[in-house]
Design a protein around this ligand. Structure first.
Ligand code: ADP
Ligand code: NA
Length: 341
């Protein structure tokens, strides 16, 4: 039987945004009550696209500090950055040899991130889902809280686990795992409102760190003025808000803002429309800005306070990496034996 263990990670590839917060980070702290948790800063994923080294080093600390600012306790949970535990790279290579090219070809995130010039994307970007599977399965993680955008990658993680278990069934049993299941089939935890926050500039694109438009994301470290300005300029239509959900069906930008409000206020979108239905964006946007500042300012303040002492953040990351490595090496000892190394 597998121990209930939860793994999640965020890439230090740009400024953290509201989608990262609502889709992932804000759900981390409560998970600590139910699971044995590992929260990773996935710097090896970040370099699948170009990162300025000095910026990357700072972003790694910033994400770790944000985890803590939202209530993740480094004594209860493991917080570390991926590159400090070499077993991630080792298992990812094994999984590159388990996963099939056809599986990778179906990944929509690669197509989105590689864009038109696919031939020029890094090989790492293409193999990203295999590294993600390694991140989770290195700890034999049973649960992963993710935004809707990562669902397909998590399915691939399950496919890799299943193929590994099947291909090496005999050796897995010989290694003492009588069920023949060495890796668990990890469950996604996708729940609550606003699982997929869209860009403020284009309601058909998800809010993403890799979006080149400065106005696309509400950053977790944005000042109150920046938040108000970005929301004021957010793309919308001229109609007032409807009073029923159906009225948002063909209005992706309006729906996105309503969903953001609902998620931040911890109420349903219906309830937002009960309050704001009939009003225009001239009234709704400032209300949303006020709410966003109220919720995000305490997090950015605490993050900044922690970043004032980078050595302390580094100590926490080092301690986390030591604890993570112990679990990871235990898994890899079995994996090496199972595959015949
Ligand atoms: P990004 O695409 O901005 O680089 P990451 O790949 O680092 O984000 O994802 C970190 C976490 O944030 C993942 O769990 C992902 O599902 C979640 N996430 C990213 N973008 C969004 C979004 N627009 N809406 C909801 N969740 C998101
Ligand atoms: Na992503």
């Amino acid at each position: 039987e597998f121990q209930n263990r939860l793994f999640s990670g965020v890439q230090p590839s740009g400024d953290l945004h509201l989608g990262n917060y609502l889709g992932a980070i804000r759900r981390f702290a409560p998970m600590q009550e139910q699971f044995d948790c590992i929260f990773c800063v996935v710097d090896m994923h970040a370099i699948t696209v170009w990162q300025e080294p000095e910026v990357l080093r700072h972003k790694i600390r910033e994400i770790a500090a944000t985890y803590m600012a939202t209530g993740v306790d480094p004594k209860k949970s493991i917080i570390f950055n991926q590159s400090q535990v070499l077993q991630h790279a080792e298992l990812a290579w094994v999984f590159n040899c388990v996963a099939r090219i056809g599986w990778m070809n179906r990944m929509t995130q690669f197509k989105d991130k590689a864009g038109k010039n696919r031939e020029n994307a890094s090989l790492g970007l293409y193999a990203y889902p295999s590294l993600m599977a390694a991140d989770i399965l290195l700890y034999r993680g049973t649960h992963v809280p993710v935004g809707d955008d990562q669902k397909q990658h998590l399915e691939l993680t399950r496919d890799i686990a299943q193929k590994f278990n099947n291909d090496f069934k005999k050796q897995i049993i010989e290694e003492g795992f009588e069920s023949g299941e060495f890796f668990p089939l990890t469950e996604p935890l996708i729940s609550g409102p606003a699982m997929r926050i869209m860009s403020l500039r284009d309601g058909s694109k998800k809010m993403s760190k890799s979006d080149p438009s400065e106005m696309a994301c509400l950053g977790l470290m944005d000042s109150a003025d920046e938040i108000a300005k970005k929301l004021r300029k957010a793309k919308t239509d001229p109609e007032p808000l409807p009073s029923e959900l159906d009225g948002l069906a063909e209005r992706p930008e309006a729906r996105n803002l309503v969903e953001i409000y609902a998620a931040l206020a911890n109420i349903s979108s219906e309830d937002v429309l009960k309050e704001y239905g009939g009003q225009g964006f001239g009234a709704f946007k400032p209300a949303l800005a006020e709410l966003a500042v109220e919720k995000l300012a305490p997090i950015s303040e605490e993050t900044k306070r922690m970043l004032a002492d980078p050595a302390e953040v580094d100590n926490i990351l080092r301690d986390g990496a030591d604890r993570a490595r112990e679990i990871a090496e235990e898994t890899m000892k079995h994996v090496r034996q199972i595959i015949g190394f």
